[in-house]
Design a protein around this ligand. Structure first.
Ligand code: TXA
Ligand code: MG
Length: 343
């Protein structure tokens, strides 16, 4: 991106305004994380409850100590292995991190995004830091997904504009997001006696973390949903299209289409292509095909949900995907889309 555009975005951020930015996962709605008034604007623009904490995006791991304290060795190891990348770490927060960012909790979520434009913006923002000595942490942009609360995360600049319109001061257009679903969230804040805990599945899987660090991640079970709303994605009405969405096993889809046709119901169908590398007419007869592999499926999922949601049908039928391994994060988002829509 040309430097004048980045300079303009930095100027707005320094003035406490909102700048939407592409990341490798989804678009974020960014504000100066050290400025509580700027952060308050995020909540207003999204219509999000104020006790939901935000992720702080940093230009590099070198900024971590300004935002977190008691950083365990595993955090540095994970930063080394996976940053820049789609992994958010929950750590004890440093003094000076505004309550507005953490939802008043003693922890803070941080990550270094892998998108070149996000990194360009973060570096320029950090370089524009006013003289040090203010006691405030620096270089951090608080950025939740740039959608209205409870809606599908945006994976293109057009999605952001459709979601937020004038509520965002500037949109940096970096094209379509290559990962397509939100980052993995890992809680490392519980102290040395507890294993890291998965709060949100994403492209970085527990299997990958085990492979590179030898550490076993605790995958939060159902009990975790009775906690305070630490991860807003754990609320059922999240990532949801407006149209009711029903999840079906692949073997049930044809029968369900027939049944809907007999009942005179207008439907759209989200299906997974049977073989890798296969292509199909992307949207034909209201069937939106998604790639056979988990990575490709994730990349296109939110755009596909928006497309079928816009068709004006009364029901979306979606083919379920495997629940484990590299498919876990996609299966999680599909389940939430089905929950939120109440079908
Ligand atoms: O991929 C992503 O993570 C995207 C891009 C923009 O970076 N961001 C994103 O932000 O998904 P958001 O706000 O839509 O989701 C962040 C999640 C929320 O569910 C929030 O509750 C959780 O992170 N979170 C943030 N700080 C936390 C904390 N201190 N403890 C527990 N959960 C936290
Ligand atoms: Mg979100």
């Amino acid at each position: 991106m040309d430097s004048a555009t980045i300079a303009r975005a930095v100027e707005l951020l320094r003035a406490g305004r909102l700048v939407a930015l592409p990341t490798e996962t989804v678009y974020g709605l960014g504000a100066d994380a050290a400025n509580p008034e700027a952060v308050a604007r995020i909540f207003a623009a999204k219509g999000r409850p104020a006790d939901h904490p935000l992720i702080v995006h940093l230009p590099g791991a070198a900024w971590l100590e300004q935002w977190a304290r008691e950083i365990p060795p595993l955090a540095w190891e994970l930063a080394e292995d996976f940053w820049p990348g789609p992994l958010t770490l929950i750590l004890k927060r440093a003094p000076g991190v505004p309550d507005a960012v953490t939802g008043g909790q003693d922890t803070v979520g941080v990550r270094v995004p892998a998108h070149p434009l996000a990194l360009q913006l973060l570096r320029a923002f950090a370089a524009s830091e006013p003289a040090p000595g203010t006691g405030k942490p620096g270089g951090g942009l608080a950025a939740p997904s740039a959608n209205r609360f409870g809606r599908i995360s945006p994976t293109s600049a057009e999605h952001v504009r459709a979601e937020l319109g004038d509520a965002v001061d500037f949109v940096l257009d970096g094209g379509a997001c290559p990962v397509g679903i939100e980052s993995t969230i890992l809680d490392l804040s519980r102290g040395p006696d507890f294993p890291p805990r998965l709060l949100r599945p994403g492209a970085i899987t527990p299997e990958m973390i085990l492979r590179t660090t030898g550490v076993e991640v605790e995958v939060a079970g159902k009990a975790a949903t009775t906690d305070a709303p630490r991860v807003s994605g754990s609320l059922s009405a999240h990532y949801a299209p407006r149209t009711p969405l029903r999840l079906l096993a692949a073997s049930e889809v044809d029968a369900a289409i027939g049944e809907a046709a007999r009942a005179g119901r207008s439907i759209a169908v989200l299906r997974r292509l049977p073989e890798a590398g296969q292509t199909a007419e992307l949207l034909s007869l209201h069937t939106r095909w998604l790639p056979a592999d988990a990575e490709g499926f994730a990349r296109e999922l939110y755009a596909a949900l928006r497309e079928v949601d816009a068709l004006g049908v009364s029901l979306i039928l979606a083919e379920a995907v495997p629940a484990a391994g590299e498919w876990a994060a996609v299966a999680d988002r599909l389940r939430r889309a089905a929950c939120g829509a109440g079908a």
